[in-house]
Ligand binder design. Structure first.
Ligand code: FES
Length: 574
């Protein structure tokens, strides 16, 4: 008996023999497509975040052509479309301000067009969550092609990890060990090929996340951008998405609660970025899976660190790939992960990684001999962060994980820049830097500034780390004893807004505590005197952002974007 197949969504546009069928087909045919392309071939939308202003995604235009080959081989009809691309190192004030805007672009572009299945071409940090969030709200069959990391950088014999190296520049300059010539040379040494950051920064974390969620072909995320094997899997992804359409394998069949739990565990084992929390919470909210901040601590904090990659370790993504890549980590974690979750190739995570082999145990460790115990992100609570805050223990200084010190308060980034290197600033290595006004509404956009540089006078003394707390984020390539994502943020009157110079602050990561040591009466008094800052603007996208942005513990999605509207569109052109 012939199996009933679901009618293709694209046939609602192309299948008609009336005037509108003519209109939908005819104009597209100006690109030279034969008429059989409109008679029941699955239409695959290739959602491209290529942009010359997003250097990490600069190769994705070529990747789209490779995907097209695969789609055509499998009998599909590929149509590439551009979406807003977010270049982390270029956009001001921060790409996070635009993640939700980009997700709206993706969502509406997919829904409004005759698309049956989607390939998401991603790379730089926010291009992964923004495209997945948008795709989740439509929920068609979807596969992700992560663009891959750059090759390892080397400068005068030293490995350059993207981002991680730049955090050392102030210190090198203060010590006069980094000339202007060095700067020019190091710039190009650090970016020697196409691809995204080559550390386990946010881009690699996001790529790892999508593979752990089951949204890529196996092994895809660790392969460098310029490796020919990346091209092979890109082409195979094009073939596979056509099959996924025929199987009606939609995103919601893959993105189950179990898949999210797996992703949290894997993130801990690879020492992934704290940004994962925000993006994973937002993705879960779109697809309709219950997930909260506490899940990250419950599921991830006891997981050991299995990879020796910057910023938590010493190697780079290229080394990770040669050592066997993410499949080795997934196999090693086998007994801790849900085995039965479905992935885009129709097989389970366990089946996909059954034959993975480690080729360098200095890069990928075993559970018996990890690089660090209890490495996952810790979620803190206390009167300073009633709805939570986070810290990444694998990137922190162990002796500072329990610390009590005096606050030195900066009301904004401008205030910080104006005073941090003032020789008269009252600060030593026992103090706690408190940075306000860098949360979702405060900046606005929650920039990656939580790991602010130490004052010059402490650097000169040889101090490497002090406790820093803020309502901002931190780059995935950064390190230090840095408490982030404090919620509620200072701009909406969270306790952080009330901290004054000299207050005692207690950080106790083992007991998940972040506490401002002042009486409740004093807190109440300060709260009564607190004045809400003026909104940044009263118009445009930033106004929309300020009106609808949720706090970090909710993933910073807009309240009006949570959930999905599906793929049905009422109404047509007339
Ligand atoms: Fe694009 Fe790091 S700046 S991935």
């Amino acid at each position: 008996m012939k199996k009933e197949t679901k009618k293709l969504r694209s046939q609602e546009w192309f299948g008609g023999s009336d005037k509108m069928g003519f209109v939908h087909r005819s104009w597209l045919r100006n690109q030279g497509y034969p008429d059989d392309h409109f008679r029941g071939k699955p239409v695959i939308g290739i959602c491209n975040t290529w942009s010359e202003l997003t250097p990490c995604n600069g190769h994705l235009r070529d990747f789209a052509e490779i995907v097209k080959k695969g789609v055509l081989e499998a009998g599909g009809f590929p149509l590439e479309f551009p979406v807003m691309s977010l270049g982390e190192t270029i956009m001001r004030p921060t790409t996070m301000l635009f993640r939700n805007l980009a997700s709206m672009d993706v969502e509406e572009s997919i829904r409004a067009n005759p698309i049956d299945g989607v390939v998401l071409l991603t790379g730089c940090d926010k291009t992964t969550p923004s495209t997945i969030m948008g795709a989740c709200s439509v929920d068609l069959p979807t596969i992700v092609v992560p663009g891959g990391p750059m090759l390892s950088g080397r400068f005068k014999g030293e490995f350059i990890g993207s981002g991680s190296f730049s955090w050392t520049i102030k210190e090198r300059q203060k010590k006069n060990t980094f000339s202007e010539e060095d700067m020019l040379e190091a710039e190009i040494c650090g970016s020697r090929s196409a691809g995204h950051c080559n550390t386990m920064g946010t881009a690699s974390t996001m790529a790892t996340m999508v593979e752990a969620l089951g949204l890529t072909l196996p092994g895809m995320s660790s392969i460098p951008a310029v490796d020919s094997r990346k091209k092979v899997l890109t082409q195979l992804s094009g073939r596979r998405i056509v099959e996924m359409v025929n199987e009606d394998l939609t995103l919601s069949k893959i993105l189950t609660r179990k898949a999210f739990e797996n992703s949290i565990i894997v993130n801990a084992a690879v020492g992934g970025s704290t940004n994962l929390l925000i993006h994973l919470l937002a993705i879960a909210g779109r697809i309709g899976v219950e997930l909260n901040l506490e899940d990250f601590d419950k599921l991830g904090s006891k997981i050991p660190l299995l990879v020796n990659l910057m910023p938590s370790g010493k190697y780079l993504m290229e080394d990770f790939f040669y050592a066997g890549g993410l499949p080795v980590v997934l196999k090693e974690l086998e007994n801790l992960l849900h085995h039965d979750v479905l992935t885009v190739n129709g097989k389970s995570l366990k089946e996909n990684n059954a034959n993975a082999k480690c080729y360098n145990d200095d890069v990928i460790a075993t559970l018996d001999k990890p690089f660090q115990h209890n490495a996952g992100i810790a979620v803190l609570k206390g009167n300073l962060c009633e709805n939570g805050a986070v810290i990444k223990p694998s990137a922190a200084t162990p002796k500072l994980m329990k610390h009590k010190g005096r606050a030195v308060v900066f009301e904004s980034m401008e205030d910080y820049h104006a005073r941090i290197d003032d020789p008269n600033l009252d600060i030593d290595e026992t103090y706690v830097i408190v940075l306000k006004g860098v949360g979702p509404k405060g900046y606005p956009g929650m920039p990656e500034v939580g790991n602010v540089d130490l004052p010059e006078k402490l650097i000169q003394k040889g101090v490497k780390d002090i406790v820093r707390i803020s309502d901002g984020r931190m780059s995935g390539t950064a390190y230090g004893t840095v408490v982030l994502h404090i919620s509620p943020e200072s701009a909406i009157g969270g306790t952080l807004a009330l901290v004054k110079d000299g207050d005692m602050i207690e950080l106790d990561v083992a007991n998940r505590k972040l506490h401002l040591d002042i009486s409740n009466d004093e807190l109440k008094k300060r709260k009564a005197l607190w004045v809400q800052p003026e909104p940044h603007t009263d118009r445009g996208y930033v106004r929309l952002f300020l009106d609808h942005i949720q706090q970090a513990d909710k993933g910073c999605d807009f309240d009006i974007l949570v959930g999905k509207s599906g793929s049905v569109v009422k109404g047509d052109l007339h």
